[in-house]
Design a protein around this ligand. Structure first.
Ligand code: AHM
Ligand code: MG
Length: 336
């Protein structure tokens, strides 16, 4: 049953709108008989993110800000909300009955789900991206890349090491002035906003395409001094042409650039030879979303989605956003 009935302004008049994420999936996917079980995975992500959104909203009141005092296997300080969100998404994805394995930024080894998951998916996730912004009321997010298990495959640790071009879907949720879930499949990119009254994600951004105009570039300018000369040149060109917007939460920076036009760049530098961001649960999912919306994702030397991964938590340089601008930037980084 769908009880979503909200009013939205369309063509100067208020019209009822009642397309929820669940309804969209039912009409777009089930009728075609495609993606068996993927609907359950997406709804698990939606359910998890609804719970996460409540934790994010209530964290200060519940004294849940700050770190757990622990350092994770990546040498990073674990925030309370990192742990809470990781636990929530592992739980809901397991319960979906269609997830065979989970790779997670907060968990060193893959979570292999026991039992026969026939129509299984492999989900890679960053449960709470933008850790430095958790305690200061700035937008943060969750990121998911989804691969289909190979037919008859018994999933093990190596099953997770697949290139981004084999993803069947990707999604992210941004917890900002509103909570928005963006879902990309091989057909399109759709955005849904959480209606806090009904608890439903309501279709608000149909068929997203990155605008051709590119007003923004997003990069950590503090790293300029440790870039190599061609990358400095590329950043200087962006600086001279576009306005800078840098939240410091990848999801938030990407979401703005997806809707408004823009390029995000976290290139390799002298202190981060492999870049800063993670391939499997940051670059690949957002690269997939960008490409489906007409954009591009590159390391500065090759397409992100073509990288054959060697490790679950490997890092990568990332140049992401408007296709033309990514291509021009890459050409300068390559020294062309
Ligand atoms: P996290 O996954 O631990 O939060 O780290 C990733 C974040 C991204 O959201 C953001 O783009 C980047 O780190 C910011 O890094 P920096 O502070 O070096 O600019
Ligand atoms: Mg992250």
């Amino acid at each position: 049953m769908f009880t979503d009935l909200i009013l939205f302004r369309y063509g100067g008049a208020f019209q009822p709108r009642c397309t929820s994420l669940q309804e969209y999936i039912a009409s777009e996917w089930r009728e075609n008989g495609q993606h068996d079980g993927l609907d359950a995975v997406i709804m698990a992500i939606a359910n998890g993110s609804r719970r996460v959104q409540q934790h994010v909203q209530q964290a200060a009141l519940g004294d849940a800000y700050g770190s757990t005092g622990q350092t994770n296997f990546q040498g990073e300080i674990v925030q309370h909300l990192d742990k809470v969100t990781s636990d929530i998404f592992v739980e809901v994805l397991r319960q979906s009955g269609h997830v065979a394995a989970i790779g997670c930024e907060e968990i060193e080894r893959p979570v292999i789900v026991e039992g026969d998951v026939a129509d299984g998916y492999i989900v890679m996730m960053d449960p709470l991206d933008g850790s430095s912004n958790i305690d200061v009321g700035v937008s943060i997010g969750s990121i998911f890349g989804i691969w289909q298990k190979k037919p008859g495959e018994t999933v093990n640790d190596d099953s997770l090491l697949r290139p981004g071009n084999q993803q069947v879907a990707a999604a992210y949720v941004v917890y900002g002035s509103s909570t928005v879930l963006v879902l990309a499949t091989r057909n399109n990119v759709y955005g849904f906003t959480l209606d806090s009254a009904s608890g439903s994600f309501v279709l608000t951004h149909p068929n997203i395409k990155i605008p051709e105009n590119c007003p923004y570039y997003s990069t950590n300018e503090g790293n300029y001094k440790v870039l190599d000369r061609p990358t400095q040149e590329a950043i200087t060109l962006l600086r001279n042409k576009y306005s800078q917007r840098y939240v410091g939460s990848l999801v938030a920076d990407f979401h703005r650039n997806l809707l408004k036009g823009g390029i995000f760049a976290y290139p390799a530098d002298q202190t981060r030879k492999d870049g800063r961001l993670r391939l499997m649960y940051e670059a690949n999912p957002l690269g997939f979303v960008a490409e489906q919306a007409g954009g591009a994702a590159s390391t500065g030397h090759e397409r992100i989605m073509d990288i054959v991964p060697q490790q679950l938590h490997q890092r990568t340089p990332l140049i992401l956003g408007n296709k033309d601008v990514v291509e021009a930037t890459v050409s300068v980084i390559k020294g062309g």
